[in-house]
Write a protein that binds this ligand. Structure first.
Ligand code: GDP
Length: 294
């Protein structure tokens, strides 16, 4: 994938070289390929513009133009810059010094919250934690069944009780974690098709009743620009601590990762790469940079 952009730039610069040395204008023209790659990956237009002006400054100010392989030089600068802008390194899930750690998974319906809750429980279990899950998406009965089935599959208890409100279920989850000696409470919350007041109010009330150590926004990478709007709307109301980008096993080039990070400042912590319960990985900015560049 990464070779494509290098090759494209190589061809562009080669054409220019036949007319002599590379100039700053040549770099600007070469960066047009990068611009297309970013826009094609569905990176927010404003983010692309700002990003390219920074890269241009850096590329022109270096010896890249005089080198024998200016295309690789420019691509390296672009790639390094993208990686840094997406946080540079892997961002871990924060654990409470005084357990249980409370982690909420929030987001729109269909984004992958329920699946991610179970995936994260499995990941934490493999790291030696003792998680417990709370089925608080009570408006979609299938979500409760789905979480209970996943809980059985990964051998993690699921807290649910018909008639309890999401706020009560969160509190019940905390109590059960004490009784069962569990050290992480993962709360799967309800989503709507669109961001709405009722949803937000309920999530705020849950956070008041049981404060969070992590509130992870689950977003579908396939929704691109919409994911950025969703992230901004959730961030306005909730103490979000990070993002999980799902469905990266699909066609999405992953531009949402850069846009979300740049527009909201939220770190992307995890990525979902399949429907199976072990298809969850820490977000690696350098790998995502390569994917975005195509
Ligand atoms: P929720 O409504 O937010 O709880 O979403 P679900 O967890 O029910 O997920 C919605 C659909 O997306 C389900 O069919 C999941 O199997 C699927 N899904 C979730 N995460 C991923 C992922 O990383 N990759 C793929 N391909 N599908 C996913």
């Amino acid at each position: 994938m990464f070779d494509n952009l290098t090759e494209k730039l190589q061809a562009t610069f080669k054409r220019m070289r036949s007319q002599g040395r590379l100039t700053a204008d040549d770099v600007r023209e070469g960066l047009r390929d990068v611009r297309f790659a970013l826009l094609e990956a569905d990176v927010n237009f404003k983010v692309v513009k700002e990003f390219l002006s920074q890269v241009e400054e850096e590329a022109v100010g270096q010896d890249v133009l005089d080198s024998l392989t200016p295309a690789q030089g420019v691509v390296r600068i672009v790639r390094d810059h993208l990686t840094t802008l997406m946080g540079g390194q892997v961002e871990r899930i924060k654990m409470a010094s005084n357990p249980p750690t409370v982690i909420y998974l929030v987001g729109l319906q269909g984004s992958g919250k329920t699946t991610t809750t179970a995936k994260l429980a499995k990941m934490l279990k493999q790291q030696g934690r003792q998680p417990l899950m709370v089925a608080a998406d009570i408006y979609r009965p299938a979500a409760v069944d789905q979480l209970q089935a996943l809980g059985q599959q990964i051998d993690v208890p699921v807290v649910f009780s018909p008639g309890l409100s999401p706020v009560q279920l969160a509190q019940e989850g905390w109590q059960k974690s004490r009784q069962l000696a569990k050290d992480v409470v993962l709360v799967d919350t309800a989503g709507r098709l669109h961001v709405d007041e009722t949803l937000m109010t309920e999530l705020v009330e849950m956070h008041e009743a049981l404060p969070a150590h992590e509130t992870l926004l689950v977003v579908d990478a396939m929704t691109g620009q919409d994911a950025v709007r969703v992230a901004s709307a959730f961030k306005e109301k909730l103490p979000l601590t990070g993002v999980v980008l799902t469905k990266l096993d699909g066609d999405a080039r992953g531009g949402a990762a850069l846009s979300i990070r740049q527009v909201t400042g939220l770190p992307i912590k995890l990525v979902g790469s399949g429907e199976k319960v072990d298809a969850l990985e820490p977000f690696q900015p350098d790998r995502m940079a390569s994917r975005i560049l195509g």
